[in-house]
Write a protein that binds this ligand. Structure first.
Ligand code: HC1
Ligand code: SF4
Length: 573
């Protein structure tokens, strides 16, 4: 242990602790801007400077390690002035359109200006040449707001192992951008949005599709239906002042009905359907010598990553479309038929924790109903903006149920939202289909949790099935390289693009670096997802009565011709 003092107060911390962490331990907050725990710890912005007795200059607390007997001062005139100058210089080259910025009231730069008491900006002069890039279906870049903190760069390179954005040029000309200042749409960006949730300001945001949805809602000709992704029920409440991971499953239908949707359905229904198809696909590959390991295909950021970076695994991908897309295809065929509605009049909206879903719904493979299966995708953040605009306070909504039939689901569908959930849901069904026996303990805890790569061996009818789960694409790289190098052999792999799975998606509520310091919000939301599962009367996909009815009335059986036509596809590099 190391002993030091911070502003005269004694602190004891383990060796290797930074001054920033030691200060947090005694409840002292040192301001930061480029720092994002576990993602970007580079000491670049100099907002966290402190005085260290004996050191020649002010030191960046986020990277400065403690040492025995160290004396640290966090609030001297020199420290305060240095921080203010840094902040004013950043603000002098910022477009300051705060009231119209998507991050207004949730911006770390704005908050710091308030906290540090900035009342005027002493420096004026030339501003850097900015670029607005909105060609991507998912991500918008506005470099007039960029403060060059490099949090997005680290998220893209280190968390996702993609690395398509970097600081280009030098000095005043520096701009975070894809190579040759191309658009994100022109490089191998996977649309995951992890850069957005790392950004402290409004320099990165999702492509806003709220206008499209407002228009559809106002069109009397349109039958507008909406599906909610599993992970949204444990995050949307955060946008309305409820705690991290608050479960708002039943408040969502009430709020969305008041917004004007004709029917409120649940992606969890389609997740159950996915398990029926994917579980049987797995068994078929296992029994008939098909390509293994089978790899899940519901995360569109992962699909794009596979296409660009690991095309040798394309044959391993499950041919199942994602639940979002299965929902769209079923809505514009089975549901349209059942309700006697012309499918051209049905407008399908998805509310997703994900920015890549915006890209997925536009893919040419996703039109098997004869129309674009899903018409618009809104992130958790966009739907919260729409609700606020309409004066609907989610927190004050009564409990209501989803509509039938596409709103009926099981706990297995819900756990899709957390890393390991698709695997667990599949195992619950595969076990019972193969053995014909009831699974005693349905909770496969070895595939749960926030560890980057998880492995388990499950015995089904005397057969040992090796499974693995990776979340975050840098972890996916590690896992796939192991498979490629024959260092590990699996039958079934789940990969989700975002750390934590969908609960940590790029379309989710954005937490500041300060909020991310002590709490692993993905674990909190993940635990909430498992609570949703525990509370459900049915917890296995094959027990979903609405899915059973869909097979009976329309699809026949899993992997039928009709299922293949509507619910499966093939991806190419
Ligand atoms: Fe997901 Fe999925 S779980 S991909 O993470 O398979 O986005 O929540 O909707 O489609 O069901 C996201 C979440 C979501 C799909 C499902
Ligand atoms: Fe990188 Fe994902 Fe952002 Fe694209 S969306 S730039 S892949 S972090």
């Amino acid at each position: 242990m190391v002993n030091l003092t911070i502003d005269g107060e004694k602190v004891q911390v383990p060796k290797g602790t930074t001054v920033l962490e030691a200060a947090r331990k005694i409840g002292k907050k040192i301001p930061t801007l480029c720092f994002l725990k576990g993602v970007n710890e580079i000491g670049a912005c100099r907002m966290c400077v402190v005085e260290v007795k004996g050191a020649r200059a002010l030191q960046a607390a986020c990277v400065y390690p403690v040492s025995e007997g160290m004396e640290v001062y966090t609030n001297t005139p020199a420290v305060r002035e240095a921080r203010k100058v840094t902040l004013e210089l950043l603000l002098s080259d910022h477009n300051l359109e705060c009231p119209t910025c998507v991050r207004n009231l949730n911006c770390e730069l704005q908050k710091l200006a308030e906290e540090l008491g900035i009342k005027s900006i002493r420096f004026t002069g030339e501003k850097h040449k900015a670029k607005y890039d909105d060609f991507s279906p998912s991500i918008v870049r506005d470099t007039s707001k960029c403060i060059l903190c490099r949090r997005c760069v680290s998220a893209c390179h280190n968390v996702q192992g993609v690395g398509v954005i970097s600081p280009n040029h030098r000095g005043f000309e520096t701009m975070v951008a894809p190579v040759y200042d191309l658009s994100l749409a022109e490089v191998a960006c996977v649309n995951c949005g992890q850069c957005i949730i790392a950004c402290p300001v409004g320099a990165l945001k999702e492509k806003d599709d709220t206008d499209k949805v407002w228009q559809a809602l106002q069109d009397p000709e349109k039958h507008v239906i909406v599906q909610i992704a599993p992970a949204v029920r444990v995050s949307l409440g955060e946008e309305f002042g409820l705690g991290r991971g608050a479960i708002v499953t039943k408040k969502i239908p009430a709020a969305l009905r008041r917004l004007g949707f004709d029917r409120v359905f649940d992606t969890d229904f389609a997740a159950d359907l996915t398990i029926m198809e994917e579980g049987h696909e797995f068994l078929e590959r296992l029994e008939h010598g098909g390509k293994l390991p089978l790899i899940t295909s519901c995360s569109p950021g992962w699909i794009k990553f596979c296409e660009h970076y690991y095309p040798e695994f394309l044959e391993n991908l499950s041919t199942c479309k994602s639940p979002q897309q299965m929902f769209g295809a079923v809505a514009k065929t089975y549901y349209a038929q059942k309700m006697g509605i012309d499918p051209s009049k049905i407008f399908v909206v998805s509310i997703m924790p994900c920015t890549a879903k915006k890209y997925e719904c536009q893919r040419p493979e996703m039109r098997s109903s004869g129309y674009q299966d899903v018409d618009a995708v809104l992130t958790t953040r966009e739907i919260s903006r729409m609700l606020r605009e309409a004066g609907i306070n989610l927190a004050a909504m009564p409990d209501e149920e989803f509509d039938e039939p596409l709103g009926i689901s099981t706990g297995a569908g819900a756990i899709f939202g957390a890393t390991g959930g698709v695997m667990e849901a599949a195992l619950r069904t595969v076990y019972e289909v193969v053995t014909g026996n009831e699974l005693e303990n349905i909770e496969f805890t070895s595939v749960r949790g926030v560890e980057g790569i998880k492995e388990a061996t499950v015995e089904i009818n005397g057969m040992k099935i090796n499974v693995a789960v990776a979340h975050g694409l840098a972890n996916a790289r590690k896992l796939l390289d192991r498979v490629k190098n024959k260092e590990a052999e699996y039958h079934f792999i789940e990969i989700m693009a975002c750390p934590g799975g969908c609960v940590g998606g790029g379309g989710q509520p954005i937490l500041s670096a300060d909020e991310r310091f002590d709490v692993d919000y993905r674990a909190v939301r993940g635990n909430a997802i498992y609570e949703v599962d525990r509370e459900m009367p049915l917890r296995k996909s094959h027990e979903n009565p609405a899915v059973q009815q869909l097979y009976k009335e329309f699809l026949g059986k899993p992997l039928s011709e009709k299922s293949h036509e509507l619910l499966h596809t093939h991806y190419t590099s």
